[in-house]
Design a protein around this ligand. Structure first.
Ligand SMILES: C[S@@+](CC[C@H](N)C(=O)[O-])C[C@H]1O[C@@H](n2cnc3c(N)ncnc32)[C@H](O)[C@@H]1O
Length: 375
């Protein structure tokens, strides 16, 4: 007889098994992404593919392809479309099932312009987890693992994850707040985008406000190189320019003259910056008295609680593997982490001399919240 499991042990075990399944199945998604298997399934359409067909079409091994397809179907990521049985010299021969992507899968896994796309988030987490040996060192002895070290996969997946939102929704989101829209619409407006990464927010601002000149600034050289080539490809080179500078240093690279900016934005980057108060103080110095300052960051709860929702759970995971170690890689860092709650931002803003922070009425913009820092 199997002994009855203690109720607490059983529930805890179920919770860990759920986590184990999540980790294991995410690793399976990484395989499908890397090997081009999802793309091949999408190409095959509803007719689906056999393991042999998938392997042949992608230059991979049939036995692994079969195992993966079966794993994906039991995990619910791939559908079994057909189980072909045929007669061969009087014997029943099973050609085996064909597999296809179920409805919705291609949009979530493969379409870079979809607001429902999740592959960049998968790749980002994977990039962080890949740094585990260095992360363990930092967790034990201090320091961190910087953005440059986490590497191109994190940089590219960060850019890819936010790009559709900036391209498709940023203009309308800002237009929905009349006084901000009014400032941005000034003829000849100067706009700065700090922590611009690969520049998609900068380019979206330049597109939405044709009378404005927009400068994207980032401390990461490869991001700025990528941003410049994105600007060239978008035909916005003239109005969207990019510079490498530390946002915490107002004089760095003569990036922005004091009192010159109509608007300054920081999109999902303040929590990564080691010195957020200095950054906001330099923002305050660069903006005109009648300008606007907007920070977009994760829409987390106002206070920590063990009953945090899925967004909190996810943001803490990115914090463990990416944002916190990135921030702590600079000595003396504030060590904010991904879960930057409104009271934390209010404290940083107050220390930088902003009298108040307002939550803007922009809803449904991915998992982000927009704050206006009043001058
Ligand atoms: C999470 S990424 C966000 C990039 C972009 N805003 C987006 O939404 O995709 C954070 C960015 O902040 C930049 N960053 C971090 N510290 C910085 C600093 N002190 N000055 C300028 N940029 C900084 C990083 O290099 C990185 O590109």
């Amino acid at each position: 007889m199997v002994p009855a499991m203690d109720e607490g042990v059983g529930a805890y075990s179920d919770r860990v098994v759920a986590a184990l399944l999540g980790y294991a199945e995410l690793a399976g998604i990484v395989l499908g992404d890397e090997l081009g298997w999802y793309a091949a399934l999408a190409e095959a359409g509803s007719a689906g593919v056999t393991p042999a067909g998938l392997a042949a079409g992608t230059g991979t091994q049939e036995r692994y392809a079969r195992e993966w397809l079966e794993q994906q179907s039991v995990a619910g990521f791939v559908a079994v479309v057909q189980d072909v049985a045929g007669a061969d010299a009087g014997q029943v021969r099973h050609a085996g099932p064909r597999f296809a992507l179920p409805p919705g899968a291609a949009e979530v896994l493969l379409q870079p312009d979809s607001l429902a796309g999740l592959m960049p988030m998968v790749r980002m987490l994977r990039a962080g987890v890949a740094q585990l040996p260095e992360l363990l060192q930092a967790y034990r002895h201090g320091g961190g693992v910087g953005w440059a070290q986490i590497g191109s996969e994190a940089r590219e997946s960060q850019a890819a994850g936010n790009k559709p939102w900036f391209e498709q929704r940023l203009g309308s989101a800002l237009a929905s707040v009349p006084d901000i829209h009014g400032v941005l619409s000034r003829q000849g407006a100067h706009i700065t985008d700090l922590g611009a990464g690969c520049g998609w927010s900068t380019l979206a601002l330049a597109n939405a406000y044709p009378g404005a000149a927009v400068v994207g600034i980032d401390i990461d050289g490869p991001s700025i190189e990528e941003a410049r080539s994105n600007a060239r490809r978008s035909g916005l080179e003239g109005r969207a320019t990019f510079r490498i500078a530390d946002a915490a240093d107002p004089g760095a690279a003569d990036a922005v003259a004091p009192g010159s900016q109509d608007a300054v934005f920081i999109f999902e980057a303040l929590h990564d910056m080691p010195f957020p108060v200095q950054v906001l103080a330099s923002v305050r110095a660069m903006v005109k008295p009648d300008g606007v300052v907007v920070v977009m960051d994760e829409a987390v709860a106002d206070a920590f609680g063990p009953d945090g929702d899925e967004l909190e759970r996810l943001m803490y995971a990115y914090s463990l593997f990416i944002c916190l170690p990135d921030s702590l890689s600079t000595p003396g860092s504030a060590g904010t982490g991904t879960v930057m709650r409104q009271p934390v931002l209010e404290r940083y803003a107050a220390e930088a001399g902003f009298p108040s922070v307002e939550r803007l009425p922009i809803e449904g913009f991915s998992d982000f919240r927009f704050y206006r820092l009043h001058l």
